[in-house]
Design a protein around this ligand. Structure first.
Ligand code: NDP
Ligand code: HSE
Length: 400
């Protein structure tokens, strides 16, 4: 029997218990042994919970119990999750987590501790919720040189943007819905300001490169400035607006960023709506491949955590190879990367726009202003030209 302790009995943690109970037989067969929850760690009271006998408040009881083989860390945050995970790994207990904040901050250190102690630190649920993406990168795409990873990596913001696009709904109202559905982070800024997607693209970029991409160095812009008016222009252009997280190999090095982009109907990520996430990978032998599914929510995320528990159970005493060295990657400057931009400016700026950007088609959807699309240029060049546009309303990057 493989004994598991769940740290944090919230949305994901309670989902892990539910998945293990509901699919007990399938999971046992696939793991090669029965998987049993021995403890659930949480500080709250759960008087009516069917698993109340397993709930404990003292982490020492679990860390000092030699019968516990695997910890499932679904508490979130950096501390005490980091200390608890480190101590568990140091005592040879494998750790499976959905905590992308911790993985992005300390992933390579925890992987090294796991290796030194012949156990595993697995984090499938940390990116894309229930979508298998860490395992494909770590196992299936090992023959590839990966040139670019572009993802819709945050369920909350994709849910918000989809509702704004399709129903013309207001930002605050849809954010509340996403929170009620258990998709959102405790601090909504983590989702809407792009910080969560930033952690996730840092993890994917690190696995793509094999070295550490520091999330602090990734240019990050959220969706708080996107309005219903922007979607009117997007519709006119046959496009939608998505929060994309991207990492790309260029001749200047790797460029990584998170920002809202207009994407075309023909783009594989266009039809990824609601809480769904997808990761579009361009690699040199396979070509394009895409990984799609529910990016947040209790059971999809818990399913990914439990798949890691099964992997740990299959590898007791052995460490699964994961190439993510502690050495930091020096990212190329985003300002040097090139793309087209959609721009909105006040009525009366037509001549200035022509002087700066050449002859453009002017799009008219809203009174008192117009929109246009630039040619491809570097971010630096666009910023320089945009400074000369005194009544610039907004600009949105365009994904090729
Ligand atoms: P929740 O807030 O629902 O659950 C976390 C639980 O852990 C809460 O019950 C919390 O208790 C408990 N907890 C926090 N600190 C401690 C502690 N020191 N000791 C014991 N228990 C503690 O969060 P989620 O389940 O939504 O998220 C968990 C992690 O999974 C986060 O890292 C999140 O980013 C990630 N994630 C979430 C997804 C989702 O769809 N919700 C999807 C993918 C990843 P209390 O409430 O009292 O603080
Ligand atoms: N808040 C996150 C999201 C949870 O909305 O995608 C999944 O990581």
């Amino acid at each position: 029997m493989i004994q598991v302790a769940v740290f944090g009995y919230g949305t994901v943690g309670s989902g892990v218990v539910e998945v293990i109970e509901k699919n007990k037989n399938e999971i046992g067969k696939k793991a090669g042994d029965e998987i049993r929850i021995k403890y659930i760690l949480d500080l709250k009271e759960f008087p009516d919970d069917p698993y109340k006998d397993k709930i404990v408040k003292d982490v020492e009881l679990i860390l000092n119990d030699p019968e516990v083989d695997i910890i499932c860390e679904t508490m979130g945050g950096l501390e005490p999750a980091y200390t608890f995970s480190k101590r568990a790994l140091m005592s040879g207990k494998s750790v499976c987590t959905s905590n992308k904040e911790l993985v992005a901050a300390h992933g390579p250190k925890l992987l090294k501790i796991a290796k030194d102690n012949k156990c595993n630190y697995l984090f499938e649920a940390s990116v894309g919720g229930g979508i298998p993406i860490i395992r494909p990168l770590n196992y299936s795409l090992t023959a590839e040189r990966i040139q670019a990873v572009t993802g819709i990596l945050n369920g909350t913001t994709n849910y918000i943007l989809t509702k704004m696009d399709k129903d013309g709904a207001g930002f605050e109202e849809v954010l509340r819905e996403a929170q009620e559905k258990g998709y959102a982070e405790r601090n909504p800024a983590a989702d809407v300001e792009g910080y969560d997607a930033c952690r996730k693209i840092a993890i994917l970029s690190s696995l793509m490169i094999g070295k550490n991409v520091k999330y602090e160095e990734i240019y990050t812009e959220g969706i708080t400035k996107i309005t219903a008016e922007d979607f009117k222009y997007a519709a006119l252009l046959g496009k939608s607006i998505k929060l994309l997280a991207q990492s790309r190999e260029t001749d200047k090095g790797y460029v990584a960023m998170v920002a809202p982009f207009m994407i075309d109907k023909e783009h594989p990520l266009y039809s990824v709506t609601g809480v769904y996430n997808a990761i579009f990978i361009q690699s040199n032998m396979l070509g394009n491949s895409m990984y799609y599914g529910r990016g947040a929510g209790k059971l999809p995320t818990a399913s990914a955590v439990v798949s890691d528990i099964v992997d740990c159970a299959r590898h007791i005493g052995k460490t699964i190879t994961c190439i993510w060295e502690q050495e930091d990657v020096k990212l190329a400057d985003v300002k040097e990367s090139s793309r087209r931009f959609f721009v909105r400016v006040g009525e009366g700026s037509e001549e200035t726009v022509k002087e700066l950007f050449g002859n453009r088609e002017f799009l008219r959807v809203i009174e008192g202003e117009f929109g246009f699309v630039t040619d491809e240029m570097t971010e630096k060049e666009f910023e320089r030209k945009a400074e000369a546009l005194s009544d610039l309303i907004t600009r949105i990057r365009m994904e090729a």
